[in-house]
Design a binder for this molecule. Structure first.
Ligand code: F6P
Length: 563
């Protein structure tokens, strides 16, 4: 296929906003926009059962979206016209769907079972994937059992992952999410920021003799990661005093063996991956080594099985029951038709504390694009802004705006039916059967209900509210949300959840006809930072050729910086 970003030849190649299917949705919006979720639910007593779908252990309730059956039909028509099925197949077939970098985006191969086939350029990559997984598992077993000794003969008790972006956010999110499954006598930490504080605070009070650094960088050229890795190396050598120590205290995860060797890490201690794995799609590759060290190989494989179950569902389920397709198309409806600029991700699970941050890179680095695959400016909004916090904490901070502010903020609620840490509710009058988890989930259900249905003037007045306060206590409702439920936060459930979002991002990118797998937008800042770094130090002020604001800021910094 010459240009993988263009829809297949059987689909019309019209500009998105002139496609008949897009225009039909705009027409439909006229009828849908004034409709309230109260009416939609009142008209169909089974809506909350009907507008649901289930796969890979995840249950999606999308009934609280401002849609009817016709909306869905039109969205599926749009997806078909944009060549969703063909492009999905192209991705699974290892075609170069990342056209601007001429690469495949075959992260689905990272979780393909041993013995299956997935080709890139005619080469079956599944055996390569499993060879690395096996090496990771062997190394993990050695570290977790204490067989792997540090330079002075002590076992490893601290693992510090050094990486940034996809080489940090996935591992840290997964470690936090699966902490319940972790070996508690191995403590896993993460250094990402080039701010020296991150390294200093993370390694404070760690014993270098018991510390293993996992340096993660796909390219092994990233300034932050290499700088922190050098700091780690110096920290280690200062205490252990011997170059030979590096081999026992440093491993690397990268696609760049030459860079790893140049840094001084023996490539025997390197775990590889491939250019067909994007950074933000890499937490299930060797980039997940710190996750595996924490939770063990068996749990890591269970996570991969969860990813794979969602992949298979995405690949084979009809569009109408396909969770990533539904999530992706509803995101398009909310964004491009209802005009919502953001999506709030609200996990009712403390362990998912870093999930919104992880999703920010996955969604915004993927779909924050201003041109189509063939370089034409888009005339519609692309990726919305993702943000969020675990419930119930967010309820006491920003939910006010979601309930009563002037903006429409669609929400993704995520919850689990069984707690990992049961804790009976205590206190006067507490229901003896109740667990704190019941209160957590009661809050989730209450929030999505309140957002959808609100409170009418009549209801507020019936509560005896003084007239002057009625407008303040009114809840308009009609705020859309999805609810994703799983039985329990297991490695399998986490894998399925991440794959759900990965593929939902893909669905959106396909409809928008953008390249969801490149990230040119981060380059300019990087280049300017390198140039500017040289101007901040040195005895004599260099000739500054920036704009007057940047020049003045640099001069002020030079005068004030710690010499
Ligand atoms: O921020 C840009 C980016 O390239 C991300 O896409 C990537 O995850 C991150 O930098 C880190 O890159 P690397 O793994 O090559 O160090």
């Amino acid at each position: 296929m010459a240009d993988q970003l263009a829809p297949d030849q059987s689909a019309p190649t019209a500009r998105l906003t002139t496609r008949p299917q897009w225009l039909a949705l705009q027409q439909h919006l006229v009828a849908m926009k004034p409709r309230h979720l109260r009416e939609l639910f009142a008209e169909d007593a089974r809506r909350g059962e009907r507008m649901t779908a289930e796969a890979a252990g995840l249950y999606l309730d999308f009934s609280k979206n401002r849609i009817d059956d016709e909306t869905l039909r039109l969205l599926f028509d749009l997806a078909k016209a944009c060549g969703l099925r063909e492009r999905r197949d192209a991705m699974f077939n290892g075609e170069k769907v990342n056209a601007t970098e001429q690469r495949a985006a075959l992260h689905v191969a990272l979780r393909a079972p041993a013995g299956s086939r997935m080709n890139v350029d005619g080469h079956n990559v599944v055996p390569d994937v499993h060879a690395v997984l096996d090496r990771m598992a062997a190394f993990t077993d050695q570290v977790r059992s204490g067989e792997w000794k540090g330079h002075s003969g002590k076992a490893i008790r601290h693992v510090v992952n050094i990486g940034i972006g996809g080489s940090d956010l996935g591992p840290v999110m997964a470690y936090e999410a699966l902490r319940d499954y972790s070996q508690r006598d191995i403590d896993v930490r993460f250094v990402s920021n080039i701010d020296g504080t991150d390294f200093i605070e993370t390694t404070r009070r760690l014993d270098p003799a018991e510390t293993l650094f996992v340096v993660c960088s796909k390219t092994f050229t990233t300034l932050e990661t290499l700088t922190n890795a050098h700091a780690a190396r110096a920290w280690c050598l200062q205490s252990l005093g011997d170059e030979a120590a590096i081999a026992r205290h440093f491993v690397a995860v990268s696609t760049n063996a030459e860079g790893v060797a140049k840094f001084g890490i023996d490539t025997a201690n390197m775990f590889g991956f491939w250019d067909w794995v994007g950074g933000r799609y890499s937490m299930d590759s060797a980039i997940g080594l710190s996750t595996m060290l924490a939770i063990g190989a068996e749990h890591f494989h269970a996570m991969l099985a969860g990813f794979h179950a969602m992949d298979e569902h995405f690949r084979s389920a009809p569009l109408e029951r396909n969770l990533p397709v539904l999530m992706g198309l509803l995101a398009i409806w909310n964004n491009n038709f209802l005009g919502a600029d953001t999506v709030a991700v609200l996990p009712y699970a403390q362990y998912l504390t870093r999930f919104p941050a992880y999703l920010q890179q996955l969604t915004m680095e993927s779909n924050g694009k201003h041109v189509t695959g063939d370089g034409k400016p888009v005339d519609y909004q692309t990726g919305p802004i993702y943000w969020g916090e675990p419930g119930t904490n967010g309820q006491h901070s920003f939910y006010q705006l979601i309930h009563q502010g002037t903006r429409l903020v669609p929400c993704d609620f995520i919850g689990f039916c069984q707690p990992l840490n049961p804790l009976p509710v205590r206190g006067d009058g507490a229901d003896e059967a109740a667990d704190q988890h019941d209160l957590l989930m009661a809050n989730l259900f209450a929030q999505s209900e309140a957002l959808a249905f609100g409170k009418t003037v009549a209801q507020v007045e019936a509560e005896g509210t003084p007239a002057r306060l009625v407008p303040h206590r009114l809840f308009e409702g009609n705020r859309p949300s999805n609810t994703i439920l799983a039985e329990r936060l297991t490695p399998h459930a986490l894998g399925a959840l991440v794959a759900l979002y990965e593929h939902s991002v893909f669905v959106q990118g396909t409809v928008w006809n953008i390249d969801s797998f490149d990230q040119w937008g981060v380059e300019l800042g990087k280049q300017l930072a390198i140039r500017t770094a040289n101007e901040l130090t040195g005895a004599n002020e260099p000739d500054l050729a920036h704009d007057s604001s940047t020049n003045t800021l640099i001069r002020r910094y030079r005068k004030t910086r710690t010499p």
